[in-house]
Design a protein around this ligand. Structure first.
Ligand code: ADP
Length: 289
């Protein structure tokens, strides 16, 4: 099972003076089970690309298939397939609108025509999954929550649709560090425990390097780099810079230390692990216990 893009080109406002080709001949396969990070400068085509993955936009030329189904068309099969691809937009809390949290999460499954008991089961499961206690929160207004909690409600609304693929566009934008950790914890849990394929758009390389096992770098509507994040940090520094994105500060620091012959593991993506490496080295050279 996979999402496949073949020769996808997309032009906004075709035939008008404002014509703008945002994607140029993209070929890409996203396999089930992957955690893909998409990074790129503003205007590089990230949002346009991900909107093709669930049929919100259709290619000007080329095809997008999800699990073998072409997303163009309005058949039942296309509709069902599109629901396999959940999308959490930037600032998803702006899309909350119901008077209670439970009603908001129920909106999607209800719209798909599930019976009350099934809607209720999905709402409870989704709330439990994102760590919102049903008895405490179900009847509360979503608008009195913290930023991180509101975003959890929005994510629960997408989980309640039980997607196989989950696209998140800058899910931590505007959150404080605590809210960011909260959201990223949820996303990792979804990936690990539910086996959901995650496609995460972010401008923050550090966030991507901590979570994704595949990195796609967009530049001027094309896929510039596609591969293992750590290998890209090692091998494609100049290409990254030309795309206007940076190697994460931790990788830069570890590389600079390694260049000075300090024996650190330059593949570390968690600060704490790098600190432990350095601490062990310092203890060794100082002969302290
Ligand atoms: P990113 O998500 O990487 O910031 P986008 O996909 O939003 O990039 O934009 C890619 C290009 O398409 C940019 O040049 C942008 O100005 C243009 N673009 C995006 N949305 C529209 C639109 N609705 N109409 C015209 N041009 C657009």
């Amino acid at each position: 099972m996979s999402i496949q893009l073949e020769h996808v080109t997309y032009t906004y406002g075709q035939g008008t003076p404002f014509e703008k080709t945002a994607l140029h001949d993209i070929n890409l396969t996203i396999h089930e089970g992957e955690f893909v990070g998409i990074i790129g400068h503003t205007g590089s085509g990230k949002s346009t690309l991900v909107q093709h993955l669930n049929g919100l936009l259709h290619p000007t030329s080329g095809t997008v298939t999800v699990n073998g189904v072409d997303l163009v068309g309005k058949t039942k099969e296309v509709k069902e397939t599109r629901h396999q691809v959940g999308m959490v937009f930037q600032y998803p809390e702006h899309q909350l609108f119901e008077e209670t949290i439970a009603k908001d999460i129920a909106f999607g499954p209800r719209n798909l025509g599930y019976e009350d008991a099934e809607v209720d089961r999905r709402v409870r499961e989704a709330m439990e999954f994102v760590g919102l206690d049903y008895d405490t929160y179900a009847d509360r207004s979503p608008f009195h929550l913290s930023g991180g909690q509101m975003r959890r409600v929005a994510i629960a609304g997408v989980i309640a649709l039980d997607p196989s693929y989950l696209i998140l566009d800058e899910p931590s934008a505007g959150l404080d560090p605590f809210g960011r950790e909260e959201i990223f914890g949820e996303i990792m849990k979804l990936h690990k425990e539910k086996g959901i394929t995650v496609i995460l758009v972010s401008h923050n390389m550090e966030d991507i390097s901590r979570m994704a096992n595949r990195l796609i770098v967009m530049h001027q509507g094309e896929v510039l780099l596609d591969g293992n994040p750590i290998e890209i940090f090692h091998n494609d520094r100049e290409a990254l810079q030309s795309a206007g994105v940076d190697v994460p500060p931790l990788s830069q620091t570890l590389q600079a230390l390694a260049d000075r012959h300090i024996p650190v593991n330059i593949d570390r993506v968690h600060v704490q692990e790098a600190v432990e490496d350095l601490y062990a080295y310092v203890k060794e050279v100082r002969h302290v216990k």
